[in-house]
Design a binder for this molecule. Structure first.
Ligand code: SAH
Ligand code: TYD
Length: 386
């Protein structure tokens, strides 16, 4: 598999990096994770392709996240919020605007600069035990450490948790949200599996990992973003009351069979069936001379296009609103990524919706395309024309 965000120029096709994408399930601790990992320095660098603020829905979502953090800190005098992996400042800009002391820890230079432009204060680094110690020394302990779609990206989870524990004030909270394993399984959203997503968390597996660091989950809440995420609130063991949501979700996870190997074998079968259904549809439409293009050059699309074999023979282009992806080609399959304007001026008959997690926002925006006879193809939770 090539790098999920490794959009590239034709000059770089030869020698394109690739690695083995495999997921493992640990029957003793129930963690689901990649078995081979890519060096984080290859993924997060001065030219990281993903900008968080490309969706209005996500901007609103992170305003809500900021409100939750602020309400937890409401009683505190001059609280400090640290965000791990703040990207372009989609969350932190809310604290910056309200004059709340904060720091974003972000290793990818281009997005860190965008966050600074949005008013946030940034430490350009990978978060780990050393950076945590450095922050405690300069700023003091944090009232809230937060993160979104980043904790599952960090291969040294134990080092990360030691860092968080070091950083948290006695009754501080660590709030983070990540794609949720149960949603991935239920929706056969296998495209969440790629190099950056090292872990696929459940409450069951995280609870066990946290215990070894004297941390515990005190609250959980499901989120709709990224096709289904879980927001975890973690504190030092015994510091805060554990909410009933935690016990209830643990019970649901047991009922879903998240601790059983057969659950994952069945998922693998559904993934193969999904590929068969999608390829039957796409090759059938192509055979009828229909024009197809991709919508959204997501990280997830790299898994789908490479796993299924969807290349320029099937897709004329993939349109994307991110300037840094435009003019490049998709990792591995080398479909041209074009500006959104091309989609408007030269619409296909069928748009394969790689950004399916933003479907409501995109369908609302693409009323004209659909009224003109254009159709979307989705493949999560099942392959269909909508
Ligand atoms: N929180 C944002 C960004 C998610 S993308 C959102 O939810 O939209 C993941 C981000 O984490 C990237 O910007 C990447 O550069 C950053 N990242 C990766 N490893 C990191 C680490 N060890 N410490 C801090 N940030 C990291
Ligand atoms: P996202 O689904 O958040 O992705 P990932 O799989 O990378 O985590 O990425 C959305 C991508 O889709 C991003 O490159 C921007 C693009 N996009 C559009 O082109 N048009 C849109 O209307 C939206 C919402 C996103």
């Amino acid at each position: 598999m090539p790098l999920a965000n490794g959009f590239l120029a034709p000059a770089d096709f030869d020698g394109e990096y690739s690695y083995d994408l495999r997921v493992g399930f640990c029957p003793s601790c129930s963690m689901v994770q990649l078995t081979d990992r890519v060096d984080p320095g290859k993924l997060f660098h001065e030219n990281y392709a993903y900008y968080s603020s490309t969706s209005q829905g996500m901007i609103r979502h992170f305003q809500g996240f900021a409100r939750e953090v602020q309400s937890r800190c409401a009683e505190l005098k001059d609280p400090i919020v640290i965000e791990i992996g703040c990207n372009d400042g989609i969350l932190l800009r809310n604290f910056a605007r309200d004059g709340i002391r904060h720091l974003g820890v972000e290793p990818s230079k281009n997005v860190a600069e965008a966050a600074r432009r949005a008013g946030a204060t940034i430490l350009e680094a990978f978060f780990n035990e050393e950076t945590a110690a450095q922050i405690v020394e300069t700023l003091g302990p944090a009232d809230c450490v937060c993160g979104a779609n980043v904790i599952c990206h960090i291969p040294d989870l134990r080092g990360l948790l030691r860092g968080v524990r070091l950083l948290l004030r006695e009754r501080g909270v660590f709030i983070f949200e990540e794609p949720y394993l149960a949603d991935i399984l239920e929706k056969t959203a296998y495209d969440q599996i790629y190099d950056e997503h090292v872990f696929y968390f459940s409450i069951t597996s995280l609870k066990r990992t946290l215990e070894a660091h004297s941390l515990e989950i005190v609250d959980v809440s499901r989120q709709e973003v990224h096709g289904g995420s879980m927001r975890f609130t973690v504190a030092r063991t015994g510091a805060l009351a554990v909410q009933p949501s935690v016990t209830e979700m643990l019970r649901q996870e047991k009922a879903l069979g998240l601790e059983e190997r057969t659950t994952y074998n069945r998922f693998a079968e559904r993934v193969l069936a999904s590929r068969f259904d999608l390829m039957s549809l796409l090759t059938g439409l192509k055979g009828q001379g229909r024009r197809m293009a991709g919508y959204g050059a997501t990280s997830k699309s790299t898994t789908v296009t490479n796993f299924c074999g969807i290349g320029p023979r099937l897709l004329d282009y993939i349109s994307d609103t991110t300037a840094g992806k435009q003019g490049k080609f998709t990792p591995g399959t080398h479909v041209p990524v074009v500006p959104y304007e091309r989609f408007v001026q030269d619409p296909p008959d069928f748009a394969l919706l790689f950004a399916w997690n933003h479907a409501p926002e995109i369908f609302a925006k693409e009323d004209r395309f659909r009224k003109g006879g254009g159709k979307f193809i989705v493949y999560v939770p099942s392959v269909q024309i909508v």
